[in-house]
Write a protein that binds this ligand. Structure first.
Ligand code: ADP
Length: 416
């Protein structure tokens, strides 16, 4: 049940407070009385009343003072002033001071009851309104916060999409160019070769001997090399498409990363005469459970980049050594380096450095994205360190056994 409204009645005439108390108690109110200004002051300071009925002029004080105290302490408390005489002046004084209403003594019982009922109702509505406003303010704050958060998220998403879109367009132009270059070269070489072969086949006066087939052979070899380049570009594109559609598959087996590094280094050394590629094997196990072809692809990519991005040549060193629960592989070059603010971005899809030195090198911005995807699918990590114009180091850390390949206890299954 709701608590009855609390009412304080203040008047220096004992008979007045007793009468009013009796009337209001019959209406179910919880009534406190005071006949001294000091007591009344103390009561309104110590307790909170829903409504206070107070004499305007007390023997030892002023009712307006009590009203002021109430307004300071609990502004929602409704105050009704009791005046001993019907003076417009005192009524106005009370209302000006913030009283809700006033009653002239002796007042009619009905008038007293009605005024108190209205006052209590007003107090209730006041409190309710205040609570609603507080609720609304809270709701408003939390809505505003949610709107701000959602806006920020959308804005970020939009910026990301815009950036991706920009990179996609840039990628399309780079990719078309990258694909077009070997095709143009191939087409030119094939035309020349075809002309020679036609002359030989036609056997006419221009027909040359079999020895003129020498240059044709060279041209065909060049074309063959270009098809290899083309196939690698297309493989990269296919890899990205497989990654993006979740169709990349891994066949795990035991791979010795130092052996693999030796093998790849030897092969890559054939593609350059200005770099010396070497492998340094640090103490400790170098074997991981991984998909050999894909890890080889990562290594190929890192070494190819080390060569590409150190156009002046120099050493390219591959270090293979232990890492907590796994093996770490590092490819170092002394090339153009990478600006610190690009060290993470370079692993993004289509990312190509905007720097001049990097722009001069052909590429589609897919290699590191694919490498990162492969490494993280092995439960590993790939990251770069660099000093611009001094060189870069790319680190790959692979666990001995990736989590999703780890054999369930006791079964010994799923080891490749
Ligand atoms: P691509 O080489 O085809 O542009 P990658 O994804 O392999 O694409 O590399 C992304 C970018 O990272 C490159 O465009 C280049 O700016 C930078 N980068 C990669 N490797 C190196 C490196 N060894 N030295 C300097 N910059 C590098």
């Amino acid at each position: 049940m709701r608590e009855p409204p609390k009412i304080l009645v203040v008047d220096d005439e004992e008979s007045v407070v007793v009468t009013i108390k009796a009337i209001l108690q019959l209406d179910g109110y919880d009534v406190t009385t005071a006949t001294k200004f000091g007591d009344a002051e103390r009561l309104v300071r110590e307790r909170t009343f829903d409504l206070v009925l107070t004499d305007l002029r007390l023997d030892d004080g002023d009712g307006i003072e009590i009203l002021r105290t109430i307004q300071q302490r609990s502004p929602d408390t409704v105050t009704i002033m009791l005046t001993g005489y019907a003076s417009l002046e005192s009524a106005i004084q009370s209302l000006r001071a913030g009283a809700y209403d006033y009653l002239v003594k002796p007042s009619e019982v009905e008038e007293l009851r009605n005024t108190v009922t209205r006052g209590v109702e007003r107090r209730r509505l006041g409190l309710e309104l205040r609570a609603r406003i507080a609720e609304l303010a809270e709701l408003n704050a939390s809505l505003q916060q949610r709107i701000d958060e959602a806006t920020a998220e959308l804005r970020q998403r939009y910026e990301e999409l815009k950036e991706l879109d920009r990179m996609k367009s840039q990628f399309l132009s780079i990719a078309s160019h990258e694909l077009k270059t070997p095709i143009t070269a191939m087409s030119g070489f094939l035309q020349v070769a075809l002309r020679r072969v036609r002359r030989i086949v036609s056997g006419g006066p221009e027909a040359a001997g079999i020895e003129t087939l020498g240059p044709v052979l060279e041209q065909l070899e060049t074309v063959y090399r270009q098809t290899g380049k083309l196939a690698r570009l297309i493989d990269e594109l296919l890899d990205v498409s497989r990654i993006q559609t979740g169709r990349i598959e891994f066949k795990h087996g035991e791979v010795d990363l130092a052996d693999l590094a030796d093998e790849v280094a030897k092969r890559m050394q054939l593609t350059t005469s200005v770099h010396e590629i070497s492998v340094k094997r640090l103490d400790g196990p170098a074997v991981v459970t991984a998909d050999r072809d894909h890890v080889e692809q990562v290594l190929n990519n890192l070494i190819a980049n080390a060569i590409k991005y150190s156009p002046g040549g120099g050493p390219v060193t591959i270090e293979v050594g232990p890492e907590r629960d796994g093996v770490r592989l590092t490819v170092r070059d002394q090339g153009i380096g990478i600006a610190p603010n690009q060290l993470e971005a370079i692993f993004g899809l289509f990312y190509r450095s905007p720097d001049r030195a990097a722009r001069d090198v052909a590429g589609m911005g897919l290699g590191l994205y694919i490498s990162k995807e492969i490494v993280s699918r092995h439960g590993g990590r790939i990251w770069a360190e660099s000093t611009p114009e001094r060189g870069s180091a790319f680190h790959v850390a692979l666990p001995h056994v990736p989590d999703d390949v780890a054999a369930p206890a006791g079964t010994g299954a799923a080891r490749g």
